[in-house]
Design a protein around this ligand. Structure first.
Ligand code: SAH
Length: 236
């Protein structure tokens, strides 16, 4: 009996924490399927196994408001308050892959922390993440959430991301979760040579780009048509 009680004390919390495990695995299957279906114009057949593994581990249900939890593992954005959304899992996986493909990531700058879901995925691939958010209430909630989830390699700052985070530059990667009409010049300047930026650009209809900094300048690679919340200036 003593042994059983001892074993149960480990098993019980685990089974509670894993109540969404099956749903999460299904989500991973759906996003890999999505990539196969769009591969004709994306030029990739599959997502990197490491990205799928990360998506299979991060508990997306912990990043959405209580009433959205039943939908947490559907492949779509969900409201997180303040007129913002948690990004679609498929696009989180794609953007992560686009960022890690170019080589190891030491420092990454993220614009638009939001719920912190993308941040938590990135935290598995980079040494340090610097994440900016212009809505104070969202930022504070996410900061606490990351502490609860024991994700410690992220520094948050409440600021307008269009000027980047100069003191920590240059970055091996920059990822924007909101779409500006045009790429802010200061963000480009904070990329290291060999560094890349994954960013949606445009007003109504947006295009996702990967911009790589070379010795000579910047290489722009169009990835696909996307839809993101607008990149806004100032803080609130
Ligand atoms: N990847 C996040 C996306 C959140 S939506 C998630 O999955 O939860 C995009 C976020 O970008 C919003 O929280 C919005 O407030 C923020 N944002 C928009 N413009 C910004 C700017 N100029 N600087 C910082 N954050 C910005």
């Amino acid at each position: 009996t003593l042994f059983i009680a001892f074993a149960m004390s480990f098993y019980l919390p685990l089974s509670v924490a894993d109540e969404y495990a099956d749903a999460r695995q299904r989500m991973v299957q759906i996003i890999s399927q999505d990539v196969i279906e769009t591969s004709s114009y994306l030029g990739t057949e599959t997502l990197a196994p490491t990205v799928l593994q990360a998506m299979g581990k991060v508990p997306r249900h912990e990043f959405v408001p209580r009433r959205e939890k039943p939908f947490a593992y559907e492949n779509r954005p969900l409201p997180i308050g303040h007129g913002q959304t948690i990004s679609q899992p498929y696009i989180v996986a794609r953007m992560t892959e686009l960022l890690i493909e170019g080589g190891p990531l030491n420092r990454v700058l993220e614009i638009g922390t939001g719920s912190g879901y993308q941040t938590a995925i990135l935290a598995k691939f980079a040494q340090e993440i610097y994440s900016l958010e212009r809505i104070k209430a969202l930022q504070e909630k996410t900061r606490k959430r990351m502490r609860t989830l024991k994700i410690y390699n992220v520094l948050f700052r409440y600021a307008d991301g269009s000027v980047g985070w100069q003191d920590k530059a240059p970055y091996d990667g920059i990822l924007a979760a909101a779409a500006p009409a045009k790429v802010p010049e200061q963000l480009l300047q904070q990329l290291a040579v060999g560094g890349r930026m994954i960013i949606p650009v445009g007003e109504e209809r947006q295009k996702l780009f990967r911009i790589t900094r070379t010795e000579e300048g910047f290489d722009h690679q169009f990835i696909e048509d996307v839809r993101f919340v607008p990149f806004r200036s100032g803080v609130r």
